[in-house]
Design a protein around this ligand. Sequence first.
Ligand SMILES: Cc1cc2nc3c(=O)[nH]c(=O)nc-3n(C[C@H](O)[C@H](O)[C@H](O)COP(=O)(O)O)c2cc1C
Length: 362
Amino acid sequence: MYKALRPLLFHLDPESAHDRAMALLEWTARHPGALRLVRAACALDDERLQTRAFGLRFPNPIGLAAGFDKNAVAVPTWAALGFGFVEVGSVTAHAQPGNPKPRLFRLPEDAALVNRMGFNNAGAAAVAARLAALRASGAIQVPLGVNLGKSRVTPLDDAPGDYVQSLGALWPHADYFAVNVSSPNTPGLRALQEAARLDELLGAVTAFAAAQPVQKPILLKLAPDLSEAELAEAAERAARYGLAGLIATNTTVSREGLRTPLDEAGGLSGKPLRARSLAVLRFLQGLGTGLPLVSVGGVASVDDVYERLAAGASLVQLYTGLVYEGPLLLKRLHRGLLRRLEHEGLASVEELARRHAPPPGF
Ligand SMILES: Cc1cc2nc3c(=O)[nH]c(=O)nc-3n(C[C@H](O)[C@H](O)[C@H](O)COP(=O)(O)O)c2cc1C
């Protein structure tokens, strides 16, 4: 069905297609009857898919990656589509329009996207108000993460205060937070992954968290373009500051192996990112920090999901796969994952996670 609709959607320029899809997802979120229909068509609930990570329970291990629903306008619809958790954002302290258009490009032959959106979002206060209303109406039924970025107007040296301002507005409303220091489209942002700046940022963020009456997991989202030494340094810092986990990876600035010639700046996502994202996961797992890992980048098939979980990911996320595979993707992934677990003689996702957990003290 989506295969038939996709050419129509792909006929539109990528951001118009995205906006129309978002309008439909948002409309669905506000109509209980439509949500029920979507759930009946797309979701597959099975307790063997349930899992736990950083103190939260997930109905299944596949989440929506940050960037699709920047302003949290369609949270109930994502759950009805079968996502086991939803990460909204990136949200910045100040509302901002993002980069000039065009800023999103499709590479169909590569099953990839290039984007330089630049954190277009309504700002922390507006997203907090929306999430508060959703919580009050009981509409959030899966763990909800809020991904935080730096406002463009804020100089890099003042970045810690910018993230803390966002945390201040959003703290009561999320189940976890992702500190995004890895998007390639905000000038200087990725420099926050460097040792001294990361110390300052994580110091400020964790000091804020420690002063709150309720603790929440905070994760750090990393770029795939870091060297092994840089990845190790960032991961060890995250562990030292008591973060709850790592999300790997964001989009890449590399253009290696692309079939489609494209001379546009921005971050590349989808299939061409798959191998690098998996390699980063394996490297981070091998460090033995014990931090839970959320793997994202090029996940679009059952094999991808299984491979990430077997490589030690507690959870996976996807974005570009949904654009190319459509709304029945989650059901296919869940069905396939259950079949794969049975084939491997595993009772559940949790058993798979236990089998691949590093031995204590590793
Ligand atoms: C159009 C677009 C916008 C994105 N915006 C964000 C963002 O605001 N914050 C963020 O942390 N990641 C953002 N991402 C990155 C995704 O969350 C994800 O890390 C990346 O796309 C790799 O996953 P995928 O191959 O499944 O798409 C964006 C990706 C795309 C394609």
